[in-house]
Design a protein around this ligand. Structure first.
Ligand code: P1T
Length: 390
């Protein structure tokens, strides 16, 4: 994309609105069309216009990939049919005998994929507290090929020092992947902190409207891009053109939405921290949060996710709150404009064995909020009403 001053890199908002997209050369359409086609005509055998078959590539997907690469400051972005499909393709690039060190506080589906899908193929995973440098050091083996970092983590919002772990990994020839779903590139850019790969569930903040499932891997490494494109072609987890269009529509307002998500989440975290019925609040924006200092260093703001437990930590009382909000909808997922409330133990993280969950600090009564962009007074009143009943 071009700006009047060619020496200056465009700002985030300009990239969000324009990167990856030029008006359609045949019609002048200002928005990239939804190229709803499975195949492309060839001038002669093997002589085509850049596209052969839509599992491999599609112009709507190319526009989305150009946009996401620009937002992450990456040379390449490879889009997938879901966040899990993006992770799956990345792990398929490892080999039997390889070892992954991952956070013990992470999306339940990632744990399930690593343990239950790749475990039987001989890829081992260790889940540890990545905020503890000694725990990371102790988990590394000569077979470790990948560090898998989520930060802030799902659902305890722990903050992992990406630069420190990248330095440690680089010294040992280990690649680092960061799942940047919770932070988004507006708040945090892991490649600039030394990561090799950034993964997103674009289903969340990037899409932003809870109407599409998607994923992406961004990287500056040509070898990784080649492997991931080979996997899209060979294993087929390609996103459809309509989904790419919807995601691209979402990214145009990412910076605006994130500002409001952060503002609302900070207000709610402060309110809950002062509420007599609330025990602990997990939010890196609170000054006494253990991740606050690292978050201030590596993030622009603290994000839209807040977790908490009640002072009286009984499951029954937590379930009462979960069932009695009216603006916050009880649902899995996050990052849409609407607020959601979730119970990790029975919903998003049910696939992690209970003992492992408890050891990682994820209690049965934890409540997770995805704070939307509604009027914050209504969100606070909704939580207060639900809390009043316990
Ligand atoms: O749902 P999908 O697009 O396949 O993305 C999976 C995924 C990957 N990484 C993180 C950090 C995630 O939170 C998710 C999906 N998470 C939820 C559905 C959830 O409610 O936590």
């Amino acid at each position: 994309m071009h700006t009047p001053d060619r020496d200056r890199r465009p700002g985030f908002g300009t990239l969000a609105v324009h990167a990856g997209q030029e008006p359609d050369p045949s019609t002048g359409a200002i928005m990239p069309p939804i190229y709803q086609t499975s195949t492309y005509v060839q001038k002669a055998p093997g002589e085509h216009f850049g596209y052969e078959y839509a599992r491999v590539s599609n112009p709507t997907r190319t526009a989305l990939e150009g946009n996401l690469a620009a937002l992450e400051g990456a040379r390449h972005a490879v889009a997938f049919a879901s966040g899990v499909a993006a992770t799956d393709a990345l792990i398929k690039c490892l080999r039997p005998g390889d070892h992954i060190v991952a956070s013990n506080d992470l999306y339940g589906g990632t744990h399930r994929l690593f343990r239950q899908v790749f475990g039987p193929f001989g890829i081992r995973s260790s889940f540890i507290d990545m905020t503890d440098p000694d725990a990371v050091e102790g988990a590394l083996t000569p077979e470790t090929k990948l560090l898998w970092i989520e930060t802030p983590t799902n659902p305890l919002l722990r903050v992992v020092d990406v630069r420190a772990l990248c330095d440690k990994a680089r010294a040992r020839g280990i690649d680092v992947a960061v799942d940047n779903t919770f932070a988004t590139p507006y708040l945090q850019q892991p490649l600039a902190l030394g990561a090799d790969l950034v993964v997103h569930s674009t289903t969340k903040y990037l899409g932003g409207h809870s109407d599409v499932i998607g994923g992406v891997v961004c990287t500056n490494r040509d070898d990784w891009e080649e492997k991931l494109r080979f996997l899209i072609k060979s294993a087929g987890a390609a996103p459809g053109p309509m989904d790419c269009f919807l995601t691209l529509r979402g990214t145009k307002t990412l910076h605006l939405r994130m500002q409001r998500h952060c503002e609302n989440a900070a207000r709610i975290a402060e309110h809950l921290a002062a509420h007599p019925k609330v025990g602990r609040v997990y939010y890196p924006g609170l000054p006494d949060d253990p991740g606050h200092d690292v978050a201030r260093r590596q993030m622009r703001d603290f994000g839209g996710m807040v977790s908490f437990v009640l002072r009286d930590e009984t499951l029954e009382k937590a379930l009462h709150v979960l069932s009695n909000t009216t603006v916050f909808a009880l649902a899995e997922s996050l990052g849409g404009v609407e607020s959601l409330i979730n119970h990790p133990a029975t919903m998003t993280h049910a696939s992690i064995p209970r003992e492992e969950r408890l050891k990682a600090g994820l209690s049965d009564s934890l409540i997770r909020l995805s704070v939307g962009v509604e009027s914050v007074e209504d969100l606070i009143a909704d939580l207060d009403r639900a809390l009043a009943g316990v």
